[in-house]
Design a protein around this ligand. Structure first.
Ligand code: PLP
Length: 382
């Protein structure tokens, strides 16, 4: 059967450059030997560049959720007070992971489509006292919201000696996130999103302040024990068998990022995001998030009334070979979600808007034909 390429505009996994895919064809090597050490060293150097950190960083053989589990199981114990702003499906999951660790959750409820503010976090920390950590999803993939107040939240957690744990799964490598400057203690992401790798590994950074808490924790997990991972990392190794082909791919993907530079990469994502928003607005599709918190890496727009989300996605997939995602949790059937990640450029942006325009027309939604593509195209010209 002929394999047809699709344009993967999901908010992860995303399109992986051929160069990165080819890296996985290298022979399997012994993960206790010099070749793996060289690979590990190369990954570490570029990973710290991506995190913009002098802290230690690690690669975990797991999906992004593994890194959430790793962070909580190393830092949070029964009864610890953890502040979790909840403003979408993935922050609900973050809360759930902390609950499973026995943490005493102090939830900061935020309306979906909006983001928590530094002021809210400040008040909660002050009011509660004795808070161990603030755990926050920086880019809510379910609502297309970025927490633009994160640098200020980092200042507050630092001043109050509270740990800051950041789920950057759908944003690291696609938008500004200087881990050290923003005082983030633990930050993690998955390989399959803005890092432009295949699914299979997660990355995590750990600050000195976090190490102090980890050392004191005598109930650390077995597989994700960061103390043990650190020991092996000093020898350019991992405690357990790593997903070697995905490590090769991650190495190549990080090299691609370094060659482009973070600055250029962030600009490219921001330009494409802006074009998406203008294109969709021209099609009279309203963005789900509030304007000042809209993400540059995940674009979420409301499904117009009387339009069947699943049918439009199916037409896009089968007729135009463009994959986009639908809503999660209470937004099921109500929003389209598009990944503006990784290789994203004018070509993918216009092709996606064009496919959505056509699929909406095919579904009898009255569209002002080409208005979306034209508005987005203008965005690129300016
Ligand atoms: C913000 C966020 N957190 C967690 C996850 C879960 O990651 P994974 O599916 O790689 O385990 C995702 C996946 O989309 C995400 O976007």
């Amino acid at each position: 059967m002929k394999e047809e390429r699709q344009l993967i505009m999901l908010p992860g996994p995303t399109n992986v450059p051929d160069r990165v895919m080819r890296a996985m064809m290298k022979p399997i090597i012994n993960h206790r030997g010099p070749k793996f050490e060289a690979l590990y060293e190369s990954i570490m150097e570029n990973l710290k560049y991506v995190f913009q950190t002098k802290n230690e960083a690690f690669v975990l053989t797991s999906s992004g959720t593994g890194s959430i589990e790793c962070a909580f199981s190393n830092l949070v114990n029964s009864g610890d007070k953890v502040v979790v702003p909840v403003f979408g499906f993935f922050s609900e999951r973050l809360r759930e992971t902390a609950v499973r660790r026995g943490a005493k959750i102090i939830e900061v409820p935020v309306e979906w489509g909006n983001a928590p503010t530094a002021e809210q976090i400040k008040q909660v920390i002050k009011h509660e006292g004795n808070v161990k950590a603030v755990a926050i999803v920086h880019n809510e993939t379910s609502t297309g919201v970025t927490v633009r107040d994160l640098p200020r939240i980092g200042k507050i957690t630092k001043e109050n000696n509270v740990l800051l744990i950041v789920d950057a799964i759908s944003i690291l490598g696609g938008d500004q996130l200087p881990v050290d400057d923003w005082n983030i203690d633990v930050c993690f992401a998955g390989s399959q999103k803005c890092l432009t790798g295949p699914p299979g590994v997660a990355v995590i950074s750990v600050s000195d302040k976090a190490w102090e808490a980890i050392k004191r924790n005598n109930n650390r997990p077995y597989y994700f024990d960061l103390m043990r991972i650190r020991e092996y990392s000093a020898k350019k190794a991992t405690p357990f068998t790593p997903a070697i082909p995905v490590f090769y791919a991650l190495d190549e993907a990080l090299k691609v990022i370094r060659e482009e530079s973070l600055e250029n990469r962030f600009k490219r994502h921001a330009t494409c995001a802006k074009a998406f928003y203008s294109g969709f607005e021209a099609l009279k599709l309203t963005p789900y998030p509030k304007e000042d918190v809209r993400s540059n890496t995940v674009i979420v727009v409301n499904v117009p009334s009387k339009v069947n989300c699943e049918m439009v996605r199916q037409v896009m997939r089968e007729r135009y070979r463009v994959l986009i995602a639908g809503g999660l949790g209470k937004l099921k059937g109500q929003v389209f979600r598009i990944g503006c990640m990784g290789i994203i450029s004018q070509a993918e942006t216009l092709a996606t808007i064009n496919a959505l325009e056509n699929a909406l027309a095919d579904s009898n939604f009255p569209v002002d034909f080409s208005a979306g593509v034209e508005a987005a195209r203008k965005g690129f010209q300016s």
